[in-house]
Design a binder for this molecule. Structure first.
Ligand code: SAH
Length: 572
């Protein structure tokens, strides 16, 4: 008689959430093998089966015993919580069989019965946090090197995955979750929603929704799954929800959709799609956009360098990104050149070296976010670094635009930063323009300004985005005239959205909120800017985007009464 080995995932733990197939396989089996607590969870299904209970860390002997019993001709059920193929017994059973040279057609019959894994059971209790690309990461380093785990955390954080952390913490392993959170904070806002579920669908179920900043204040243990939201995840009425992206195309509150069904899958309706992007790259290659023309030299260099490498060019890259890409290429070549050069004078340092390349680096410089005064030493240094070949252009945006021709871009950047100057990328990035806080007499809101800069300063956006931040109700630096205006008043903030900053029909932003608490304000502005970054069409200005989508974080767009006046293009 040929035995049978069923590896069964029994789901989160409640009877109703176990599949019919799992129940039947358990009831039909003669031997049940599982971790003590799990056997207790399925007790209601048992009718005199032989039970082999084992403790934690005894998985290997459990799998070996299961194989032995099945080979002796018995019907064996190996049980795992959730899904047996997710950090469960399925893989281990197959590994033991492989070790013995087992074959599907001649060996014991093996089946894996799927179950609801913790990512899904806990997700369902939190709302709908797993609506977009997600991954699971187990923080247990008993069998996996910690270096590998933390690399995966970093990769998932950088790629904006929703992340379900399994085995987040145990009595012995307490530091892993702390380290994981620090890495996540390098990529995600402290306000990112985090769901913590303990014992989903079991007796002592606990559900908490918090933020990345505060998650460690909650009870996290071996029966907990922690779900980290992505940059779009929101909390609504105690639920954690990750939008799928429908709002990019549909107006969710309207009965009639702006796009007819036959228009919805066209490339024009999906400017973010691969098809539409390829079209845009082809156009940009034929006729570089006005913004990109500024950095033609740098772009041409970097494009040439990229082509040399066979890499695909990115037409939307900012000049600083291009410069850094160029730097990376130079460093790769240094490495290659170094290989054959004497150690004391690497060949790339010699003037005659053909690999020594001079790059054009373009960036904005200012004395600081709030500081408007420059010292003589800073000016001298700037003049020295810019030299004869570079240029400094005074812009209307509280900063100088610097173009450097240099073979040592990183060194120039470090020297300027060491002198206390603030360097920022130029082009299509989020830029915060603050007032001088009355020479720091009214500096109460400066920490919030710095927080905002941390969150979104320099973030790549579809079109240059200026955020005015003024420290009192006088708003004398004109915050309300920027794309987004923030005015601090009586320990709270007023918010203005969608200023039209240039043109003869320019107008200030729409006052959308008064007296907003600082934390909420920062959180809201960050979400608005990130949504704009994700959802706007290429080159779509913020005020156009706002008037198109009609609502941002609950603030409805209102038509601004303006005189009808033709908006002349430059030179007319
Ligand atoms: N095979 C299981 C995972 C086993 S690893 C599955 O697919 O779900 C054990 C980890 O799973 C726990 O540390 C916890 O992070 C998670 N987990 C399993 N059951 C859970 C439940 N009912 N509630 C919350 N988390 C659970």
């Amino acid at each position: 008689m040929k035995g049978k080995l069923s590896v069964i995932g029994f789901g989160p733990g409640s009877f109703e959430h176990m599949t019919q197939a799992a129940k039947e396989a358990i009831m039909e089996s003669e031997v049940i093998i599982g971790y003590n607590t799990y056997v207790d969870l399925i007790r209601g299904l048992l009718s005199g089966q032989h039970i082999v209970r084992t403790g934690m860390t005894e998985e290997v002997s459990r799998a070996q015993e299961a194989v032995r019993q099945a080979q002796a001709g018995r019907k064996v059920a190996v049980i795992s919580s959730g899904d047996a193929g997710v950090y469960g017994m399925a893989g281990l059973v197959y590994e033991v069989l492989m070790e013995q040279g087992w074959r599907r057609d001649t060996g014991v019959n093996v089946e894996v019965i799927p179950g609801i894994s913790a990512i899904h059971s806990t997700g369902s209790l939190l709302g709908a946090p797993i609506m977009h690309d997600a991954c699971t990461i187990s923080l247990s380093d008993h069998l996996t090197p910690w270096d590998l785990i933390i690399r995966r955390v970093e990769a998932a954080a950088a790629a904006d995955f929703v992340i379900a952390l399994y085995n987040p913490r145990s009595g012995r392993r307490t530091r892993q979750i702390v380290e994981t959170r620090s890495v996540l904070l390098r990529y995600r806002s402290p306000q990112t929603p985090v769901g913590i579920v303990k014992s989903a669908y079991r007796d002592r179920e606990e559900i908490a929704i918090t933020t990345l900043e505060r998650m460690l204040e909650h009870d996290i243990g071996m029966l907990t799954t922690v779900i980290i939201g992505n940059s779009a995840t929101v909390v609504y009425d105690g639920l954690m929800i990750t939008p799928r992206g429908y709002q990019r195309k549909y107006t969710l509150g309207a009965d009639v959709q702006p796009l007819k069904p036959h228009e919805r899958l066209r490339a024009e309706a999906e400017p973010w799609s691969l098809e539409a992007r390829e079209g845009a790259v082809a156009t940009a290659e034929r006729e570089p956009a006005a913004g990109a023309a500024k950095s033609e030299a740098a772009a041409a260099e970097a494009t040439a360098a990229k082509e040399a490498e066979g890499a695909a060019g990115d037409a939307a890259a900012s000049p600083l990104a291009l410069a850094l890409e160029a730097l990376r290429l130079v460093e790769t070549q240094r490495g290659a050149a170094n290989a054959g050069a004497p150690a004391e004078t690497p060949s790339w340092q010699r003037e005659s070296d053909p690999f020594r390349r001079r790059e054009i680096l373009e960036f904005a410089v200012s004395p600081g976010l709030a500081e408007k005064r420059l010292t003589a030493a800073q000016l001298t240094l700037l003049a020295d670094i810019v030299g004869e070949d570079g240029s400094i252009e005074y812009t209307p945006h509280h900063q100088w635009l610097v173009r450097l021709v240099t073979s040592e871009p990183q060194q120039a950047v470090s020297r300027l930063e060491a002198a206390g100057l603030l360097l920022a990328p130029v082009g299509d990035v989020a830029q915060i323009k603050a007032c001088d806080f009355c020479n720091m007499d009214k500096a109460d809101s400066v920490p919030y300004l710095e927080d905002l800069q941390q969150r979104i300063g320099g973030l790549k956006v579809p079109k240059e985005l200026r955020i005015g931040f003024n420290g009192c109700g006088m708003a004398c630096y004109g915050a309300v005239r920027e794309d987004i205006g923030i005015v601090y008043r009586k320990e709270k903030f007023d918010l203005f959205l969608g200023g039209k900053t240039v043109g003869r029909n320019a107008h200030p932003g729409i006052p959308v909120a008064e007296g907003v608490e600082p934390d909420r304000l920062l959180e809201t502005v960050e979400r608005i800017v990130r949504r704009y970054a994700d959802e706007a069409h290429p080159n779509e200005r913020f005020h156009k985007y706002y008037s198109r989508i009609k609502e941002l974080e609950g603030y409805r767009y209102r038509e601004v009464p303006v005189f009808k006046i033709e908006n002349a293009v430059c030179g007319d």
